[in-house]
Structure formats: C-alpha cells, structure tokens
Design a protein around this ligand. Structure first.
Ligand SMILES: O=c1ccn([C@@H]2O[C@H](COP(=O)(O)O)[C@@H](O)[C@H]2O)c(=O)[nH]1
Length: 235
C-alpha cells in the first residue's frame, strides 16, 4: 500500500469536438485531467485540441514514434497546445527518446514543461501479441526493459499497465511518473484491453495517474461513472 494520491485522467476518445466538450464538462468535477489522442487530433486538428483543453490539464496522447529528428520537430509543433503530459513510444529507442527530451526542454518554458511519458507495452497486448512481433519475453519483462531504457534516456515517466506498477517501482524507484491505462471498474467490459485492473487495485499498486475512457464515456451517465471512479480512488 502506498500513500501517493492517484489522479484520474478521462480519455475523451471521439472525433467530434462537441462530444469531447460535453464529456469534459460532464466529468469535470471528478477528473484531474483530460486526454485527447490520435482519434480526436487527426479528426479535428490542434486548434480544436487547444479549444477543448482550455482551462483543463491536458494529457496529449499522440504516442510519437519516428526517427529522432522527426520526433523532436513534431514536439516543437505541439508546443502551442500547452500539454501537461505528452507521449512517445519507448520502442523508438534511446536516441529518439533523448531527442524528445531535448525538444521538450527547448520548446517549452521551464515553468510550463510537460511531462515526457514513454509508452512501454500497449495495454492491449498480451504475451501472445508480443510473440507475434518477435518479443519472447513476457509483457512485464518487456515493460521493465523499455521502462529502464526510457527513464535513462530522459523520460519523466512511463505508460504501463497496472500489472507492472509494483515491478517498475522495485526497479526504478518512486521518481518516474506512472500513468496507467487498462483500468476497468469491477464488472466493466474489457474490450480490447488485455492487462487490466480496477481503479482500487491500480491505486493500491502505486499509480500516479489512471486513464479511463470507455467505462466512463459509454456509460448512461458519464458524470456518475466518473464520480464512481474518483470515489474508488479516494476510498
Ligand atoms: O498502453 C496504452 C496506452 C494508451 N492507452 C490509452 O488509454 C485510453 C484507455 O481507454 P479505455 O477506453 O479506458 O480503454 C485510450 O485513450 C488509449 O488510447 C491505452 O489504453 N493503453
């Protein structure tokens, strides 16, 4: 058990700006931050990201993964969105992660610098999915490998499943910020997520942030669903 406060990011996964704004407002009393990602940004662009995120803490989850020069330049292009957190893929390797670090430090003023978070192994992947791409370690081993590499190359934190929180803390200590999707309240559909836990389990394992999308946004009452997750985290 840990005493850190686990905070809630609500994933506004939609192509529609009005819908994103509605979910944002419905969940504002319970959410500590909002996530906008690939689906919204490709459909609506960065001006809409700025509009929806105005006045809110933004987790900009674009999972950058390219050669170091391109990732560094792309981060420069995101500076106007003023994210609190942004994501890259750890699989891009240490040169790409170091370029991202340098770009964040260059593109943002010191008092408005987003946390640079590296996605380790997508929470939708299990051992079989890793085998398919030629990785013969289990997800936890691969998360530990990529997590250590990413932090050494300059990432402030990691995206991991709740199952890897305790092993990552054992390996890397308290400093890396752990942002954790793959969260399902008891009884909720897992959908495409493979490595899941409940909000309570993720909090008890030591998550800094949890990311919850469909269990809130597809609920009949998103405000109540978000409040229930927040209550679990506070409980
Ligand atoms: O490994 C990862 C990295 C990011 N995500 C993102 O989190 C949310 C989860 O949404 P749910 O609807 O609660 O499954 C979504 O925006 C993903 O892009 C992730 O799930 N896993």
């Amino acid at each position: 058990m840990t005493t850190r406060r686990t905070r809630l990011i609500v994933a506004l996964d939609t192509k529609d700006e009005a819908q994103a704004a509605r979910w944002r407002d419905q969940t504002a009393a319970s959410a500590d931050a909002i996530k906008l990602g690939l689906e919204f940004t490709y459909a609506q662009g960065l001006d809409a990201v700025r509009r929806v995120a105005k006045g809110h803490s933004l987790f900009l989850d674009l999972k950058l993964h390219d050669i170091p020069n391109t990732v560094g330049s792309a981060i420069g292009s995101l500076a106007d969105t003023r994210p609190a957190m942004l994501t890259i893929h750890a699989q891009g390797g240490s040169a790409m992660i170091a370029a991202a670090r340098a770009a964040v430090d260059r593109a943002f003023p010191a008092d408005a610098r987003p946390l640079l978070l590296a996605v380790t192994v997508l929470t939708s992947m299990d051992e079989a999915a890793l085998h398919e791409i030629g990785v013969h370690d289990d997800p936890c081993q691969q998360v530990l490998r990529l997590g250590a590499l990413a932090v050494a190359a300059g990432a402030d934190g990691l995206i991991c499943s709740p199952h890897e929180i305790i092993p990552l803390r054992d390996r890397l200590g308290d400093a890396p910020v752990l942002v954790v999707p793959g969260i399902r309240p008891a009884g909720a559909e897992t959908g495409d997520q493979k490595r899941v836990m409940t909000p309570t389990q993720a909090r008890n394992a030591g998550a800094d942030w949890i990311v919850v999308g469909r269990p809130i946004t597809t609920a009949a009452d998103p405000a109540a669903a978000a409040a229930a997750v927040a209550a679990e985290l506070a409980g």
